[in-house]
Design a protein around this ligand. Structure first.
Ligand SMILES: Nc1nc2c(c(=O)[nH]1)N[C@H]1C(S)=C(S)[C@@H](COP(=O)(O)O)O[C@H]1N2
Ligand SMILES: [Mo]
Length: 502
């Protein structure tokens, strides 16, 4: 295990020097993410949400520790097998590094040099265990001291390598470049945007436990396959648009910033993996370039039904051309809640198409757009069995009281949010135990593409209670009561929470 730690520490140092994404744990983790069957990804995302990457890291650490320990035990009697094990992992790591998007030959170095260092550490450690000719008569205590000295050295190499690697990696960090970006104020802001937060005498901004109308960027859910967040300097960024278009084109970041057609819009995002009542949805004010205008400039073939967009790390998204061209406020977003896109949310540019789940609409770190047909190419999640067409289904969520929370008897708000991808929410109803459905008070619908807050005051009496919610859209469509899990086209069902009043 010490030798494996040395291998990873040295690999970290080399990766910090040549290419941070080529660190073997990032490389192998990325391959694990891409190769996982949908049942595994879905379980991980719905169980651990934004901690999914942490869980993957811990899982990999445990597996590596187990393999390393087994190799170590074997090495005591058959050192060559142990050394061969390191060699095999070095070659495997290097090979997988080459299969990653945008890989270069230098990306094999961290795994290869790490394996050499690990093998050397194993050799020294095992040799220090075996009584050599000189040490034959040595007392066991002396053998142990010798082993501990080399073990200490291994720990030091690991720590220094890891620290140096992390420090070097900061050279690739774009937060400096991001802090220099100034997003212009758009000429056109849609008139409905800054509506009051008050309706029927309730100030929704002050309801305890209710999601704020706009989710702060730091709290915004994050879902992507990127173990290392892509670091893109806007100065070197460009977006290529090609495929079945009349004029193939390239746009730079400065060209987008300088445009006179920037718009501002309030839009909710939702992840298809969200469970009923789950946290994988958020609301933000976005500024960007209207997708319709950009696409008019390239002139797509109307028969090319699918727009494939690609991120710098090779993830792909397939959006119906029709939705990309005609959905109001569909945009190439440059800012989120008044600041340049956070790096984790796609800096410098991401796509937003309101009303569709993120995996078919919300490409972060976008660098490429290609017009094609649905029969000609399948995007990342569609290859893994998720539906190619994925409009957001109407949902509603009880934010407060929370599931299994204890509540004090008396008047408390039952409150939450509801969203229908592209239609207004016209009614939200709450059911308390076995009583009739009661209409909640709705906050102003400031944008049909943004969720709508709702609240129902409740005189809570001691005991256990069951609360349910359901929403209806402006066409009178009640959200589906049928219980589905997310795969392959979003969860459905009415959100229910159990509350104990004391
Ligand atoms: N480059 C890239 N963009 C991506 C993804 C991804 O894995 N890689 N995930 C998509 C999915 S599934 C969702 S739900 C949204 C989430 O956006 P957020 O992380 O900003 O909330 O991003 C989308 N854009
Ligand atoms: Mo998603």
């Amino acid at each position: 295990m010490l030798a494996a730690a040395v291998a990873l520490g040295v690999a970290g140092l080399v990766a910090g020097l040549v290419s941070p994404p080529a660190w073997p744990l990032t490389v192998i983790g990325g391959a694990v993410v891409d190769l996982s069957p949908h049942s595994v990804t879905e379980f991980t995302i719905s169980t651990f949400g934004r901690n999914d990457k942490l869980v993957l890291s811990i899982g990999m650490a445990l597996v590596i520790a187990a393999i390393a320990a087994a190799l170590g035990v074997v090495s005591i009697t058959r050192l060559r097998a142990g050394l061969a094990g390191f060699g095999a992992f070095g070659v495997l790591g290097a090979a997988v590094a080459l299969t990653r998007p945008a890989a270069a030959l230098v990306d094999t170095l961290p795994a290869l040099l790490g394996a050499v260092a690990g093998a050397a550490a194993l050799l020294l450690l095992i040799q220090s265990l075996a009584p050599g000719p000189v040490a034959k008569g040595a007392a066991p205590a002396e053998d142990r001291r010798r082993f501990l000295r080399i073990a200490g050295l291994a720990v030091a190499v690991t720590a220094v390598g890891g620290w140096a690697g992390t420090t070097l990696q900061r050279r690739f960090d774009v937060s400096q470049a991001r802090s220099r970006v100034k997003i212009p104020t758009p000429a056109a802001t849609s008139p409905v945007q800054s509506g009051p937060t008050v309706a029927s005498g309730i100030d929704f901004a002050t309801v305890d436990g209710l999601s704020p109308l706009f989710t702060p960027n730091k709290d915004f859910y994050r879902i992507d396959t990127a173990l290392l967040v892509p670091q893109i300097d806007p100065a070197g960024w460009s977006l290529r648009i090609h495929g079945r278009v009349a004029n193939e084109r390239k746009y730079t970041f400065d060209e987008l910033l300088a445009r006179s057609d920037l718009i501002e819009a309030d839009i909710s995002l939702a992840c298809v993996s969200n469970e009923v009542g789950g946290p994988l949805t958020g609301a933000a004010r976005w500024v960007g370039v209207p997708l319709a205008n950009i696409l008019a400039e390239v002139g797509p073939d109307p028969a090319a039904g699918q727009l494939i967009t690609r991120s710098s790390d090779g993830w792909t998204c397939g959006t119906p051309t029709q939705d990309a061209m005609t959905t109001p406020n569909a945009m190439l977003a440059l800012s989120m809640n008044g600041e340049p896109l956070p790096v984790e949310h796609g800096f410098p540019v991401r796509m937003i198409v309101p009303g569709l789940y993120g995996y078919v609409s919300a490409t972060k770190w976008i660098v490429d757009m290609e017009f094609t047909g649905f029969a000609d190419a399948a995007s990342y999640w569609v290859q893994r069995g998720w539906d190619a067409m994925a409009p957001i289904l109407t949902f509603s969520r009880i934010d407060t009281p929370g599931q299994s929370r204890a509540v004090r008897a008396g008047r408390v708000p039952i409150a939450g949010v509801a969203l229908s991808g592209s239609k207004a929410i016209s009614k939200v109803e709450v059911k308390i135990d076995d009583t009739d459905w009661q209409p909640a008070t709705l906050a102003p619908q400031t944008s049909v593409q943004l969720w709508r807050q709702w609240v129902l005051p409740w005189d809570a009496e001691t005991g256990r209670h069951v609360l349910s919610v359901r929403a209806t859209d402006e066409l009178g469509q009640l959200q589906s009561e049928e219980q589905y899990s997310p795969y392959p086209n979003a969860s459905s069902g009415w959100h229910t929470v159990n509350v104990t009043v004391t």
